[in-house]
Ligand binder design. Structure first.
Ligand code: G3P
Ligand code: CA
Length: 318
């Protein structure tokens, strides 16, 4: 199969992540799938937002200065939908309020809003119709245990939105992704979701989620287990390579041997992963050397161009 381009948080290299203009750009730049990271509002509405926090991408501290927790962070789950909709989304900043990516969109107030999942579906379905395209959805449930502790079921809330849009069925162009294996098992066995499930693989040092051993998960036995509940894996790009950051590891072939797809994250021209010296070399490394089936890219246009110039429609190298 021809590898797929997943626009990471939309075309996030060019516009503030996960905003509707950013999604529109991803669609027009040729993404096969557009990613939605999901967190819930206090009243249980699935919002398209990467962090469980609001302070790195919105003006929450200015608008609601007294609503932070003792750790100084502002949590989306402490705000109702109507309050979240008042916030203005800006380009991502670090704790010192400096842009994380200095050459990207400026940190300005354009009165961009946090979309709900439902709104994003309306936009993508609309663009699919008006542009005669079929971009799909690549939905990540963020920190499910954190939501459970607050009495909210992020998996069920997400499915409810998809059902409302008639998109929770086997033919819907959707992948579910999660770092938490328990959530993927819950989706498959308890909620009986017919959608393909991707087991994201982090680094153990991130402790996301705590207690999951991703080193073990990448072994043969670990992948055997993943194959019992998931349809693919989503490794971090460095996990595709040996310690030199250039030589492909066994991970892709071991996953493929078990029938698992491999969709890696994340390609960024302004923050190269692995040992690669250029964005083109990184593309060659992940697609031509490691042999992955798809990738999350902040630059979906560049990744689209690479795939179209190196793979035929059938997916063979050309
Ligand atoms: O979901 C794949 C990739 O996006 C995981 O990293 O932190 O950007 O959600 P993150
Ligand atoms: Ca994600």
């Amino acid at each position: 199969m021809k590898p797929i381009v997943i626009a990471h948080r939309g075309a996030s290299a060019y516009l503030p992540e996960h905003t509707l203009p950013c999604v529109t750009a991803a669609h027009t730049l040729g993404a096969d799938y557009i990613e939605q990271d999901i967190v819930l509002s206090r009243d249980g509405v699935p919002m398209v937002l990467h962090d469980i926090y609001l302070d790195s991408t919105t003006d929450v501290a200015q608008q609601f200065p007294t609503r932070g927790r003792d750790d100084g962070r502002f949590y989306a789950i402490d705000f109702d939908l109507a309050e979240l909709k008042l916030l203005s989304v800006h380009e991502r900043v670090d704790p010192q309020a400096h842009a994380v990516f200095s050459d990207r969109f400026p940190v300005v107030d354009l009165e961009l809003r946090i979309p709900t999942l439902r709104e994003e579906i309306i936009l993508i379905e609309g663009l699919n119709k008006s542009r005669g395209m079929s971009a799909g959805y690549y939905i990540e449930m963020k920190s499910p245990a954190f939501h459970t502790a607050a009495g909210l079921d992020i998996a069920s809330a997400t499915i409810e939105v998809l059902e409302g849009a008639d998109l929770h069925h086997k033919k819907a162009p959707i992948f579910f992704q999660c770092f938490d294996p328990d959530t993927l098992r819950y989706l498959k066995h308890d909620l009986q979701s017919p959608l393909p499930l991707i087991q994201l693989m982090g680094d153990n040092s991130w402790e996301e989620p705590p207690g999951v051993d991703f080193d073990l998960m990448r072994t043969g036995h670990g992948l055997d287990d993943v194959a019992t509940y998931a349809d693919g894996i989503g490794p971090w790009v460095p996990q595709l390579f040996e310690a030199d950051g250039l030589t492909p590891s066994q991970l892709v072939s071991a996953a493929h041997a078990r029938g698992l797809l491999v969709h890696a994250y994340t390609l960024r021209a302004d923050s190269l992963e692995g040992g690669f010296e250029s964005f083109a070399a990184l593309h060659e490394g992940v697609f031509l050397n490691a042999g992955i089936d798809g990738v999350f890219s902040d630059f979906p246009d560049i990744t689209r161009g690479f795939i179209d110039s190196h793979f035929s429609t059938e997916g063979t190298n050309s």
